[in-house]
Ligand binder design. Structure first.
Ligand code: CDP
Ligand code: MG
Length: 812
């Protein structure tokens, strides 16, 4: 241990330093942050220019401006386009229903004009009737990118600049003015707004978009809204959904009226795998499971030159595909897992190439590949194979955590003779409408979090999408292009798989760990968490709620009475997983900013394993790790190497690093201008390991020697294995007795991903609840006693611990 670390550690042991620092921060008004301070994004958003309270004058101004803009040719052309959208047909019915009902549910197919038109109808109506000055319309979006793109689109439709009457607000970024009357914000931003305005008094109309997706934030918001409505008779709530399941929401709000927007009922040309195989002249013989020996040659002779799919499948491995197909017809849905044609893999590879060795792996697993028909697909695939270096292709990845810059090139028309290929995650499923899409390729899988409350195991694994999602994806090709030229949706799975898919995806609240949500409920003072959550449309498993509360207590965010501790207050202001939030806070307290690691954990490891250069990539990762026995250190070093190469700006998880710095600066934990100076501590490996322990606790594994090997045990599930992708895989000897890990995943076995070998000192001091124990005799160490390696030997002043075979004595 370095002298500096030892000094810090000694200080910590003597005086429960951390607990005091955290407490001082919240009790002293002159400290870096206070419990009462506003949430990070509210404080950090761009200052809203002078709010005009002269409603009458503002209303007249807005009306005059609206009328003037309508004279313009571009707005007239836009209006002609808008009037053809199915949403326009229900305009007066919609406006009447909004006037007469507190809650209204509107459903319609993707692209019919819900998001762009319905809020605009309200806005225009309010302005025309001289109510513009006092109205405040908010429309929530599950994702940042849609908040920006939709507000930009509406501004164009109205002939205005973005930020005039229509604006947006997302975490740490907003575009609006005193004249802004319609604001698109992420659901997260609205939820945080509730902290200072519990009854949403400043809002006249609230449109909640994409509720059919059943995202956790949206389901959470609906519970709150149902409570607010009786207190706010003038508030109008409009719930917007795809055609699926609209009745569910209507029922939840006491049979609220529903408007369905008819239209866009073009026949869907959906091709399943067997249709494609048919085209390649394979005789589909599910029972045989064997391919004709000369199949490949035979196919090549017969394939049709003009059929894009023939080429696509030729370039993938059709033999493997066929085998998977045969297996799937004989067995079950699960058997259909090993397809080499998983576009997720192809996309990982492609994206990895674009971004270089450490490029972002794709979040894109439900891959819609969408492209414009300018060149034939066979050429497209060939070019893609040659790293798509040709200028004739514009390949744009589309995913939710992309930096906001460059997001909009997705919507732009490519130059003549350039084919636009969008590699998209399921974000393209409903919230983003790309006009010029002709082909959609649906691989049928999406990365989905699932959570097992019993073993507290959260996994992010590719799983089959639901029938409802598959339907949405098909509709993607029915944007404007789909109405003027034929579009096709290719499904890379057999019809049989489709039939076995779930009707709807399980709501997020029922398949994710709930700690962040519970913390949010506490910060909004919504009462007992379990009681509150029992009011949800589909309440989560009580055991999941219990686990979340227990975890929050363990990490010191909640006290025994389930109230927020000072640490909990700070964590609730960070829109992050509480563990990652704690890592950031502890990092800033100890001047060892764990930004890079936290960013990578919050997103996903930036290491890509290109299929054909896997060994090379793994070796590179191991060399970054050195002898640290840490995936996290490997990651940090890789980042610094990359930063030196000046290529980091495009990378999404590292983009997040800057956002985290903003968040910490927002709540007063770091001084942004000094943040670079903090970086000098980043290479203090022991300190980083301790901060990792603080953040990742209770994700602890005990390393036990078994002869020449080491076995790994966790408290919840017993024996686990180290993920083969970890730098610690295949290592038999660990110098320190514990590992902290980022997540457990269950595939063939239970694996821990990304781990770091830590000492018992780190666990002792940074693990668990660092608040003073009830008796007030310093840090409560009992939490770490479960492993049996550290035991409280006596209760006297000189408390002894036995750690990992060594004996050590500390004073508490
Ligand atoms: O919300 P919904 O899926 O019902 O549709 P929307 O997002 O309001 O889009 C309605 C139509 O506007 C789409 O079909 C597109 O043709 C067009 N649009 C566009 O051209 N550019 C955008 N950024 C958004 C929509
Ligand atoms: Mg929409």
């Amino acid at each position: 241990m370095s002298t500096e670390t030892q000094a810090r550690v000694g200080f910590l042991l003597r005086s429960s330093y951390v607990a005091k620092v955290v407490q001082n921060m919240s009790s002293s008004s002159s400290g870096p942050a206070t419990c009462q301070s506003k949430p990070a994004e509210l404080e950090r958003e761009a200052p809203v220019p002078y709010i005009d309270t002269d409603f009458e004058r503002l209303s007249i101004e807005l009306k005059q401006k609206q009328e003037k803009m309508r004279e313009g040719n571009s707005v007239k052309a836009m209006l002609a386009f808008r009037e053809k959208l199915p949403a326009f047909k229900v305009k007066s019915e919609f406006l009447k229903a909004v006037t007469n009902n507190q809650v209204l549910v509107v459903s319609g197919e993707t692209g019919c004009g819900k998001t762009t038109q319905l809020p605009q109808f309200i806005l225009e109506e309010e302005i025309s009737s001289l109510q513009g000055g006092s109205c405040n319309i908010i429309c929530t979006q599950p994702r940042r990118i849609s908040a920006i793109s939709v507000s930009a689109r509406i501004s164009v439709e109205r002939g205005e600049k973005l930020g005039e009457t229509v604006g947006y607000q997302i975490r740490l970024e907003s575009k609006r003015s005193a004249q802004t009357k319609l604001r698109f914000c992420t659901t997260g931003v609205l939820l945080r707004h509730l902290i200072q305005d519990t009854d949403l008094t400043g809002i006249t109309h609230l449109l909640v978009d994409e509720i059919h997706e059943r995202g956790m934030n949206e389901d959470f918001l609906l519970i709150i809204l149902r409570d607010i409505l009786p207190r706010r008779p003038n508030l109008r709530v409009i719930l917007m959904s795809a055609t699926i399941n609209a009745e569910l929401f209507s029922k939840y709000f006491g049979n609220a009226p529903t408007i369905h927007i008819p239209g866009l009922t073009f026949p869907v040309n959906e091709l399943y795998l067997e249709d494609v195989l048919e085209k390649t002249r394979y005789t589909v013989q599910p029972e045989s499971g064997n391919l004709p020996r000369n199949s490949r040659r035979g196919r090549q002779q017969q394939e049709s030159k003009n059929d894009p799919l023939t080429e696509l499948f030729k370039d993938a491995d059709i033999d493997v595909l066929y085998k998977s197909y045969s297996a799937s017809t004989r067995q079950s849905l699960d058997a259909w897992s090993g397809s080499q044609l998983d576009l997720g893999l192809i996309m990982d590879q492609l994206e990895g190439r674009k971004y270089g060795h450490l490029g972002p792996p794709s979040t894109a697993s439900c891959c819609c590949i969408l492209w414009k028909q300018l060149l034939s697909i066979s050429v497209a695939m060939k070019v893609l194979k040659q790293f798509w270096s040709s200028l004739l292709f514009l390949v744009i990845p589309l995913h939710g955590s992309m930096p906001t810059v460059n997001q909009c090139e997705i919507f732009d028309r490519p130059p003549p003779n350039v084919r636009k290929i969008v590699l998209a995650t399921n974000i393209a499923e409903s919230s983003i409408t790309i006009d010029d899409v002709v082909y959609v390729i649906d691989c049928g899988k999406a990365k989905e979090t699932s959570y097992g409350a019993l073993n507290k195991l959260a996994c992010l694994l590719p799983s089959w999408i639901s029938k409802a999602s598959a339907h949405q994806v098909a509709f993607k090709r029915r944007g404007r292009a789909g109405r003027v030229q034929p579009g096709v949706c290719y499904r890379l799975y057999p019809k049989l798989i489709h039939d076995a898919m779930l009707q709807y995806q399980l709501p997020e609240m029922l398949r994710t760990p709930l700690q962040e949500l519970c913390l949010h409920i506490k910060s909004l003072q919504l009462g007992v968490v379990s009681t509150f959550l029992s009011k949800a449309i589909q309440p989560p498993d009580p055991l999941s709620v219990e686990n979340a509360i227990e975890l929050l207590k363990t990490i010191g965010a909640l006290d025994d009475r389930e109230e927020l501790t000072p640490l909990g207050h700070h964590l609730s202001k960070l829109p992050l997983d509480p563990n990652i939030g704690k890592m950031l806070l502890m990092g800033s307290i100890f001047q060892c900013l764990a930004l890079t690691i936290a960013a990578a954990l919050a997103y996903r490891s930036p290491f890509v394993l290109p299929l054909n250069r896997k060994d090379e990539a793994e070796a590179a990762k191991r060399s970054f790790a050195g002898d640290s026995r840490s995936d996290h250190i490997a990651l940090l070093k890789a980042y610094h190497g990359w930063k030196d190469a000046k290529r980091y700006r495009n990378e999404k998880s590292f983009y997040m690093r800057f956002q985290f710095l903003d968040l910490l600066a927002g709540i007063g934990f770091v001084n942004k201008s000094q943040a670079n100076a903090h970086n000098q501590y980043s290479y203090d490996v022991e300190m980083i390991c301790a901060i990792l322990c603080a953040g990742l606790y209770p994700n602890i594994v005990q390393c036990k020697r078994r002869g020449k090997r080491t076995a790994f045990y966790t408290k919840e599930v017993g024996k686990v294995d180290i993920h083969p992708g970890s730098v610690n895989a295949g290592i038999f000897v660990f110098p320190l007795p514990y590992l902290v890990y980022s997540e457990k995943v269950k595939t063939s076995s239970i694996y821990i991903r990304d781990s770091t070998n830590i000492s018992d000192y780190a666990l002792l001091m940074f693990g668990g609840n660092l608040l003073p124990s009830q008796s007030g005799d310093g840090i409560d160490m009992l939490e770490v006693a479960w492993t049996g390696a550290i035991k409280k030997k006596d209760q006297g002043a000189d408390t002894r611990y036995v750690g990992g075979g060594k004996r050590c004595s500390h004073n508490t």
